[in-house]
Design a protein around this ligand. Structure first.
Ligand code: SF4
Ligand code: SF4
Length: 244
């Protein structure tokens, strides 16, 4: 039986090359991108009426509301928005190109030191949790970038929040944020903390995580892919991927 070293040499490196290289199609499948109208189709009345969460308006698709249900694909849309598409400000109605608005904050780790991540679920369906935790698996292996998960907010630099904010989780989320030392950042993962997602308007829910915490980055998607979550974390650290 070949040794594990021989097996590894045979397989080669399987770990993601992101952010050194652009996210592959396997890492960011089509549904990982916001819908955009095809060249011939603008925001038609049928597409606007058919969107279950009101994500399509006359100016285009609001990524921070889109739950990627694919209904608009029947009306000339396709999943083709940018891979890295997090927001600095709470999502407004804007096309994918116009989504990145607001002042760029100071980098969280200007000297490139390691960062510790703390995950809080304020009311998710569990899918966003799985995408966040995938960052620690051998494929994404974010420890290669100096990123580590911690079990205590007292050791955390970045608070990752998943789910639509429920009334019951407002205080626990605030307590976790208050327990973190400065400097610190908050990344809202998924369309739920952006705008409520599919649950928007239900009783007992807050419209956006931005109403209860100072969010530095909103990552749209339902759920977003690990690459997109990683991009947002690297952005608050001032270490985001740049095109050559
Ligand atoms: S994918 Fe669904 S939620 Fe998103 S814009 Fe299209 S119809 Fe609306
Ligand atoms: S954004 Fe979508 S996948 Fe993530 S918790 Fe909400 S419903 Fe689930």
């Amino acid at each position: 039986m070949p040794s594990w070293i021989e097996q590894a040499a045979h397989r080669g490196i399987l770990t993601s090359r992101y952010p050194r290289e652009r996210g592959s199609d396997a890492e960011v499948p089509p549904t990982g991108r916001a819908p955009v109208p095809s060249a011939s189709a603008g925001p038609t009345g049928a597409a606007i009426a058919g969107c279950p969460v009101g994500a399509i308006g006359p100016e285009g698709v609001e990524p921070g509301r889109c739950i990627r249900c694919a209904r608009c694909l029947a009306h000339g849309y396709r999943f083709g928005g940018p891979v890295e598409a997090s927001f600095r400000a709470p999502p407004g109605r804007a096309g994918p190109e116009g989504a990145d608005v607001g002042d760029e904050p100071a980098p969280l780790a200007p000297l490139g030191r390691s960062l510790h991540l703390f995950l809080v679920d304020v009311g998710s369906c569990n899918a966003c949790n799985l995408e966040v935790l995938a960052l620690a698996n051998p494929f994404y292996d974010v420890s290669r970038l100096g990123l580590f998960f911690t079990n205590s907010p007292r050791h955390a630099d970045v608070l990752l929040v998943v789910g639509v904010p429920t009334d019951a989780m407002v205080e626990p989320a605030r307590r976790a944020y208050d327990a973190m030392p400065f400097p610190k950042a908050v990344v809202a993962v998924g369309v739920c903390p952006c705008s409520g997602g599919a649950f928007r308007g239900n009783p007992g829910l807050r419209p956006s995580l931005g109403d209860i915490l100072p969010v530095d980055r909103f990552v749209p998607g339902c759920p977003p892919t690990p690459v997109q979550i990683l991009d947002a974390v690297l952005r608050v650290a001032g270490r985001a991927r740049r095109e050559e």
